[in-house]
Design a protein around this ligand. Structure first.
Ligand code: E4P
Length: 236
């Protein structure tokens, strides 16, 4: 979570305040720039499907694209490995981490992935454990020292469960156990998901641009602004 330490004179105490970080869930540079220009962007997540959607092909193009993202946003940028064996994940993750200090190696929640996350933890390479659908998986990721864990709430909703309940459960388990792994709510489908993840205590929400922009919308804001602007004509 974003951490802010406030020294309060009235209480002669230090209040520690957390706030949810906003990541954008895309590999599209124009969308990343648009969200960054809002001034509220803390990081970026990608996955192989999002990279393929941008038509990025080959090792050099992938490396260049991650570098372009890192140059746009000064915050964690998740880059996902494709290998599924320990040696392959470690080799790929090392190469990704070497691209830029802000790269976070995204590793799938599989047995070899957990072993690799532990290796990355021991070698001080930040990780994001992806494809998490249960609290048990989140506990394993935290035990291995994952920097972030990504529960996919939209995909859970698609299977007629409540994805946000999983965020609540993982937040509660991590608080009870003192795990430092950040809960990164992924697979966000709409602005209400973002609000509910904030309520549930997610450390980070990674969202498509549409969901972020959806937070702006309220018809009463539009009606109110139109009236203010109409009345302001009388002031000129
Ligand atoms: C990001 O980290 C995840 O890969 C992404 O949020 C998955 O989203 P989707 O379920 O909409 O594909």
């Amino acid at each position: 979570m974003g951490l802010r330490i406030v020294v309060s004179n009235a209480l002669s105490s230090i209040l520690i305040i957390w706030f949810m970080k906003f990541f954008i869930d895309t590999a599209n540079l124009a969308q990343i720039k648009e969200a960054h220009d809002l001034g509220i962007l803390d990081g970026v997540t990608t996955n192989p499907s999002l990279m393929a959607k941008e038509g990025i092909k080959g090792k050099e193009a992938i490396r260049k694209h991650y570098l372009d993202i890192c140059e746009l946003v000064d915050g964690p940028v998740s880059a996902e490995v494709i290998a599924t064996d320990f040696e392959g994940i470690v080799a790929e993750g090392k190469a990704l981490a070497a691209i830029h200090p802000n790269i976070v190696v995204k590793v799938p929640m599989i047995k070899e992935g957990i072993k690799a996350i532990k290796w990355f933890t021991d070698n001080e390479i930040p990780t994001n454990c992806t494809l998490v659908f249960s609290a048990g998986q989140a506990i394993l990721a935290a035990k291995a020292g994952a920097t972030m864990v990504s529960p996919f709430i939209g995909r859970i909703d698609d299977s007629s469960w409540d994805g946000v309940q999983l965020i609540e459960q993982i937040v509660s388990v991590y608080n009870a156990q003192g795990f430092m792994t950040e809960v990164l709510a992924a697979s966000i489908r709409n602005p209400l998901h973002i609000v509910r993840c904030a309520e549930a205590g997610a450390d980070i929400c990674t969202c498509p641009l549409d969901s972020i922009l959806g937070l702006l919308k309220h018809p009463l804001t539009d009606i109110g602004l139109a009236k203010f602007l109409a009345d302001a004509k009388g002031l000129q």
